[in-house]
Design a protein around this ligand. Structure first.
Ligand code: NAD
Length: 275
């Protein structure tokens, strides 16, 4: 199985489909990520907040997969924002992962009440220059947060990882990303199971037509939109299913029907107010 890659604005390539580990219990993480790697995933999305970087690291070490065939992302937690504290937190993450570099390092949230995301971005620019993060980016940034970075710093983020699923399609952020060469990653791509997405006829009907599951339809919708996506599951069976999405294609009408589900419903926090 070959997962396509997207080219980032810094020249690096990222596998368009990966495996997310939010809410994967630390003591189960090694087994679950190990299973995902065995199933064929090569892109893992974790974060300091998830407290499972050590499990991800052990799964990588145990897999025997050459490091340059993997794409590993982690994220800087809000409490560690700042010019001095960000590099310390970054080293801590690398140590927990047991790696000497990550492929992508993200600022997890802008956390605007702290007023530190611009200086934190400057710290990430230095981390990238050191070669210990191949690419750097942000998460949960709105266009106006990105404009603040553009005014004060040299590097355009390679990635903006944002909440994105059929009821919340982020049209504005995606258009802004296209304009400035920032690739968009979809977090909560299945709506985190917080609304009955799979029962909606716009999802259920193409699933039936293509002989696939509703989850596969939704993952395919992200991929055909050019988005980078890493659904999470603790189930080995679902992990295999979520990777098996390259044998069918949604029609333009099926894509448009899913697009039409956007009613502005977030399942997560609002980046302008989240602390
Ligand atoms: P998700 O949309 O991937 O949903 C996960 C839920 O979907 C789980 O309950 C799982 O059991 C279910 N599921 C998965 N595959 C399924 C299948 N084939 N059939 C039926 N149900 C299935 O939500 P998520 O985990 O929050 O998002 C994915 C990843 O995005 C996370 O693991 C994490 O890496 C990242 N994330 C980032 C942020 C951020 O602020 N940057 C926030 C949340 C998540």
């Amino acid at each position: 199985m070959t997962v396509p890659t997207n080219k980032l604005n810094d020249g690096n390539a990222i596998p368009q489909l990966g495996f997310g580990v939010y809410l994967v219990e630390p003591d189960e993480c090694e087994r679950i990520v190990g299973g995902a790697l065995e199933a064929g995933y090569r892109h893992i999305d974790t974060a300091a907040l998830y407290e499972n970087e050590e499990g991800v690291g052990r799964a990588i070490a145990g897999s025997g997969i050459p490091r340059d065939e993997l794409f590993i992302t982690t994220k800087l937690w809000n409490d560690d924002q700042g010019k001095e504290s960000a590099p310390v937190a970054f080293e801590r993450s690398l140590e927990k992962l047991g790696l000497d570099y990550v492929d992508l390092y993200l600022i997890h949230w802008p956390s605007p009440t702290r007023g530190r995301y611009v200086e934190t971005w400057q710290a990430l620019e230095e981390i990238k220059a050191s070669g210990r993060a191949r690419s750097i980016g942000v998460s949960n940034f709105q266009p106006h947060h990105l404009e603040d970075l553009f005014r004060a710093t040299e590097t355009v983020p390679a990635i903006n990882q944002v909440e994105l699923h059929p009821r919340f399609t982020q049209r504005e952020n995606r258009a802004f990303g296209r304009e400035h060469g920032i690739a968009i990653e979809s977090w909560g791509p299945l709506g985190q199971g917080k609304y009955p997405l799979f029962d909606l006829p716009e999802v259920a009907a193409p699933a039936e037509a293509h002989g696939v599951t509703p989850a596969q339809v939704v993952i395919r919708w992200h991929l055909q939109n050019g988005l980078i996506v890493f659904p999470k599951t603790n189930s080995a069976e679902r992990a295999r299913q979520n990777l098996d999405v390259f044998g069918f294609e949604l029609t333009a009408a099926e894509m448009a029907a899913i697009d039409s589900l956007d009613d502005g419903t977030r399942v997560g926090a609002d980046p302008d107010t989240a602390t």
